[in-house]
Design a protein around this ligand. Structure first.
Ligand code: SF4
Length: 398
């Protein structure tokens, strides 16, 4: 048998590696394509002044959205901050803004395009700012999964529930198949609604793409057992499940996760409790089930902010969510005597969120101010119509 010799010269950069470098294109990936323009140097001392001048020149024509996980250098130019759904709604409430600059990731800009008017143009400052979780469920994989469910004779009993953190294609699939979108704040209400869509004991939910949010909501908040949940692996034939396993499940969880929240472990929780006696552990529901089970409090980004606002002086908190936000909250509440630390010992930024930096923002605002529409994110009409249907079902949740 001959073994292929691999030399350094044979090694080709993978499309993913090129995307992470901000080069090349992969239309199938959330991580988008290369940035077409010449970015200002990150060391340019005038970047802040340039961003301010371009924004002033654009006036009411531009509305800058800043996701909670964005860097401080970008957040300072945000007209509004929040989670992805709140930001998309804020943009829709500003119809006079022709340009919506979304400092966040690709799926968020898609959602903003779906919810805003046709006259509003949504712009993502770096097209390589995607979301690894959203990339874990492609339209082809989900269509294949539906075939597997049909084969197993259960598709008619299955209601898809998709997390906001999914591509427009997945949202459209959800709308087309009678399902709804959820956020980390309303996942329980979305699941309750889904189980009411048919005979409750026979109905099943296909939860996309974050297994942890699905499992945590079903087990922690709704009293289901871990055995009620099965994990569908899109990289295995039939999802790695037998027809019997699918038929017996209540929750069919897609095998996706957030690379940031998925890093926290039970050790992180035990370790911080040892280091900081009396600490309150507060984590996001995208964390693993064992982490959520060991935490004192669990909730969405907005819940985390509100909990810290309401916390008494002298209290200590270890937060399991993205580091940019935790650092900002630690600085904000330090003068009130609240001690806030990051749950893990190693730093854990969302690398794709961090792609949006001041040079990209300056380039975007200056291009728009000169009349050049760059990096527009536009969802096609059919996808938009079905995705909107799923989003509207979420808005109608009790
Ligand atoms: S924090 Fe996680 S879910 Fe959010 S954009 Fe980054 S990878 Fe995606």
């Amino acid at each position: 048998m001959t073994t292929a010799q691999t030399t350094e010269l044979d090694v080709q950069p993978t499309p993913l590696a090129l995307l992470l470098l901000g080069r090349e294109a992969d239309p199938k990936s959330e991580r988008g394509v290369e940035c077409p323009g010449d970015l200002p140097s990150p060391s340019d001392p005038d970047l802040v002044a340039r961003a301010r001048a371009a924004k002033e020149k654009l006036g009411d024509k531009v509305f800058v959205l800043g996701h909670h996980y964005q860097r401080d250098e970008v957040i300072q130019f945000a007209d509004v901050t929040g989670d992805s759904f709140k930001l998309a709604r804020d943009a829709a409430a500003r119809p006079e803004a022709e340009y919506i600059v979304f400092c966040g990731v690709h799926f968020m800009a898609e959602s903003a395009d779906i919810l805003t008017s046709d006259d509003q143009k949504v712009v993502l400052p770096d097209l390589a700012a995607g979301c690894s979780m959203a990339d874990m469920a492609t339209a082809e994989q989900v269509a294949e999964c539906w075939d597997v469910l049909t084969e197993a004779g259960i598709a008619e009993q299955v209601v898809p529930v998709s997390y906001m953190n999914s591509s427009a294609d997945i949202k459209a699939f959800t709308g087309k198949h009678g399902g709804t979108i959820c956020t980390s704040s309303n996942a329980q209400r979305a699941l309750e609604w889904a189980f009411e869509q048919g005979e409750p004991s026979a109905t099943k939910v296909l939860f996309l793409p974050d297994q942890h949010l699905g499992r945590n909501t079903a087990v922690r908040d709704m009293g289901m057992s871990l055995d009620d949940c099965v994990l569908y692996n899109p990289h295995k034939p039939n999802g790695g499940l037998t027809a019997e396993q699918l038929r017996n499940a209540k929750m069919i969880l897609w095998r996706g996760h957030c690379s940031v929240h998925g890093r926290f472990s039970l050790d992180s929780v035990n370790d911080v409790r040892e280091r900081i006696p009396g600490v309150n552990v507060l984590v996001h529901p995208e964390c693993k089930h064992e982490v959520v089970s060991a935490a004192d409090y669990v909730g969405s980004t907005e819940y985390i902010i509100k909990a810290l606002e309401a916390a008494p002086a002298g209290s200590k908190w270890a937060i399991g969510t993205e580091l940019n936000l935790v650092r900002r909250l630690a600085n904000r509440f330090a003068p009130e005597g609240k001690e806030i630390v990051f749950l893990d010992k190693t730093v854990c930024f969302c690398s794709t969120m961090n792609r949006i930096d001041l040079p990209h923002l300056v380039w975007t605002l200056e291009s728009l101010a000169e009349g050049n529409l760059v990096n527009r994110i536009e969802v096609d009409n059919e996808t938009e119509a079905f995705a909107k249907l799923a989003l509207e079902r979420m808005l109608a949740l009790p």
